[in-house]
Design a binder for this molecule. Structure first.
Ligand code: S3P
Length: 743
């Protein structure tokens, strides 16, 4: 919550001049938040020190005297001392004064106030700065202690809203970020995140100090011990009081922790390395995720972060020798099939983008042990087709339509219920296309209004094979039904109206699960099993496309792209650009893990507009934003039809691209199922990617040939498919600046 203008108090009284009280008094003085700051403490020495250090203006050892005439009173005494202090100030505290505290336990403070005053006065606003250090005493006070730290205020229904906003503004003026939450919730959260870790640190140091050879233990204690036990040097009296005051919430989380610790003990005793690895990898992932969250980079926090903006300017030539990150479609499938296989699957080249990381996390949430990712390497401990466990909550699939549709097929066949959710863009995407045929197979699936996510899937249904003609050419729907078919009785046969990417079929075959392919049909029989195999994920041709187009439109360019997946169901972009005159050659064509791979060389050559063959559309479905930029740089007109699917991708890619092209001054005409683009010179301007990663990257490429800078809004989602895009682009001759990343 944002505080308003900085308040100015006549008389600010801080009762309890320790580290927190002293720091707050000092911050108030340095930020000119009070005319007089009064220190009150039963220890004269603290008062003298506070005065000498310029932390307070006045001293008053008697709380009853101190609060007379105050307009803000902050209680910063140990939690257990609150009751007595409240009794003493009750008679002299002005009715209009705001009373707050800084304790770690809010329920107890509220109870003490109610006991002393007979009710909870409207001007009492409990507070808790999440700041401190293992140092104690007023001598350690620092005016910057609260800067960029959170302060939680816990108002009740009867709290005066003016008092609340004045106090919030006061803390904001001290540099803190102010949040509000109910008292009980605060105490539960703190029991888990602060109180329990302190208890464990105190206990561990005490245990080790009691060992006979404790000298050696402490002498040889490595960094880990030091890091872990730093907080055991905190103030014992304060912590005694906290545990006595927050008894119930602490006991609850302690019980939980003790059970988990007993399980780990059991795993060590019985040599259950699998269990240990499962806990450790899950914990490591959670810890890494927290670190990224705290630095504003986690997928949950960056998704839909509209503040990331690119400014791209003309540049080139595009030259270099690079490898773009791993294929997104294959990365999702590698995790899924690896998890369902018997044995350990090792994956190289895994895409560490937010979408595939969300898939990885979802399988961890279903009890699968997954090591990594570590520079593209992932080791998946498969649980077999029937080994997934019910997740504790909904499975969050980020921005990924592929994940949601493939998961739908898989979850429909499990013995437990599941809920699939995602970010705001995913919530708008059509899911009926998978729900309807899955229901025909016997699945129970509820969607939100209009067939949109979230999907609620009821487990324990018996699925039957299906013979289904896809109404739209969609690899996602095909794959969804094939995955459900693994569990279905009898045969599942899918016929597609036009070829779409066949990674699921290839990878299933690689895992030893036979999928027959006859023309437009893919068929498999339920009831088999998958055997783990190593997977080498090639570079993503969809990510490579931005560089292919960049080199194809910029004079003097000569670019190598290494180890790119060139599966015939994915090379529509190469076919289309070649037809436009692009100079793209494939070198060292080879096979890696059942997928064709090649090195690509792209040299500049003038492009001409074409009528894009409709049979190429499914084979280039994700590449159109970049192909439109190629068209804008070609001579003559390029015409696309039969591409209505583009309207239901991460954004309406026909309209959003048309809007951006219009801003740049590119002549175009929008059709229901496509677009016509007239090539020619264009300018700069400000375009909105609508949070669509591929549109953001396409306009960054367009800037190479624009006569002015292109500012692109809402680019955070580039991280879903192409982490490191800007660095790689700038390395080969593009010129992109990023702003607003940490907002
Ligand atoms: C994908 C299939 C395509 C594509 C998507 C990935 C896949 O979607 O657009 O980015 O991995 O199966 P459709 O098959 O729905 O067109």
């Amino acid at each position: 919550m944002a505080g308003g203008d900085a308040p100015h108090f006549r008389r600010l009284v801080v009762i309890g001049l320790g580290l927190i009280g002293g720091s707050l008094a000092l911050a108030a003085r340095q930020n000119a938040l009070a005319a007089t700051v009064v220190g009150c403490d039963e220890r004269q020495q603290s008062l003298d020190e506070g005065l000498a250090l310029g932390i307070i203006d006045e001293v008053e050892p008697d709380p009853a005297q101190a609060v007379a005439g105050a307009d803000l009173v902050v209680m910063a005494v140990p939690v257990q001392a609150n009751a007595e202090v409240l009794e003493r100030i009750r008679g002299t505290l002005p009715e209009t004064a705001i009373l707050t505290d800084v304790g770690s336990v809010k329920g107890r403070f509220v109870a003490d106030v109610e006991h002393a005053f007979g009710h909870l006065p409207a001007n009492v606003v409990p507070g808790h700065p999440i700041a401190g250090s293992e140092k104690n005493g007023v001598g350690a006070a620092s005016a910057s202690l609260f800067e960029r730290h959170k302060v939680i205020l816990t108002p009740s229904d009867s709290t005066d809203s003016t008092a609340l906003s004045i106090l919030a503004a006061f803390w904001s003026a001290c540099g803190a970020e102010v949040l509000t939450m109910p008292v009980a919730r605060h105490d539960e959260v703190l029991a888990a995140t602060s109180h329990l870790p302190h208890l464990i640190a105190f206990s561990l140091v005490d245990t080790l100090a009691g060992e006979e050879d404790n000298q050696d233990i402490f002498r040889y204690a490595a960094g880990g011990f030091r890091d872990f036990t730093r907080i055991a040097a905190s103030d014992p009296v304060m912590w005694r009081d906290i545990f006595l005051s927050n008894r119930d919430a602490v006991l609850e989380v302690l019980t939980h922790f003790s059970q988990d610790l007993d399980q780990l003990r059991g795993a060590i005793e019985s040599g259950d390395g699998r269990r240990l690895l499962q806990v450790f990898t899950r914990a490591k992932a959670a810890r890494d995720h927290f670190s990224r969250m705290l630095s504003g980079e986690a997928y949950l926090t960056t998704m839909n972060n509209e503040s990331v903006r690119y400014r791209a300017i003309a540049g080139g030539p595009v030259r270099g020798d690079i490898r773009v990150p791993g294929d997104k479609s294959m990365s999702h499938r590698a995790i899924m099939l690896g998890a369902l296989a018997d044995g350990i699957t090792e994956v190289e080249g895994f895409l560490e983008g937010e979408d595939s990381l969300a898939t990885l996390q979802a399988f961890r949430d279903m009890g699968v042990t997954i090591e990594g990712p570590e520079r593209g390497f992932v080791r998946i401990h498969g649980v077999g087709l029937h080994g997934l466990q019910q997740p504790h909550g909904p499975l969050y699939l980020g921005n990924s339509g592929t994940a949601m549709r493939l998961f739908a097929g898989l979850m429909a066949a499990q013995s437990f219920d599941a809920e699939l959710t995602g970010d705001e863009s995913l919530t708008r995407r059509p899911m009926e296309r998978v729900a309807t045929p899955l229901r025909t197979m016997g699945a129970r699936i509820d969607t939100a209004e209009g067939g949109r996510p979230p999907l609620r899937i009821t487990g324990n249904q018996r699925l039957k094979g299906i013979d289904y003609e896809l109404p739209v050419a969609s690899a996602q729907v095909k794959s969804c039904l094939l995955l459900a078919g693994l569990y279905a009785e009898g045969e599942t046969i899918i016929t597609e109206p036009a070829p779409t990417r066949d990674h699921t079929e290839r990878m299933l075959n690689g895992f030893g699960y036979p999928v027959a392919r006859e023309g437009a049909k893919a068929r498999l029989r339920g009831g088999g099993s998958l055997t783990a195999m190593p997977i080498d994920v090639p570079a993503d041709i969809s990510s490579a496309t931005f560089f292919i187009v960049a080199a194809a439109i910029t004079e003097g360019s000569d670019l190598w792209l290494r180890h790119v997946g060139v599966n015939p169901t994915r090379i529509g972009v190469i076919n289309i650009l070649r037809q436009m005159g692009a100079d793209i050659s494939l070198h060292d064509e080879r096979e890696a893990g059942g997928e064709p791979v090649a090195d690509l060389r792209i040299r500049y050559a003038p492009l001409s507009g074409i009528r894009i063959p409709e049979d190429q559309v499914p084979l280039a479905i994700d590449e159109f934003p970049a192909i439109f930029i190629a068209a804008a740089n070609a001579s003559g007109r390029t015409e696309l039809t039969g591409a209505a699917e583009l309207r239901v991708k991460e954004s309406d890619r026909i309209q959003v691209m048309a809007d951006g092209l219009g801003t740049l001054g590119v002549t175009h005409e929008v059709r229901d199922d496509g677009i016509v683009i007239e090539g020619g010179p264009y300018g700069g301007g400000r375009v909105d990617s609508h949070g669509d990663h591929r549109i953001a990257m396409a306009f960054a490429v367009a800037a190479l040939r624009a006569s002015g800078p292109i500012d692109i809004d809402d680019c955070a989602n580039v991280a879903t498919s192409f982490p490191g895009f800007v660095e790689l682009a700038n390395q080969v001759g593009l010129s992109i600046q990023v702003s607003g990343e940490t907002a």
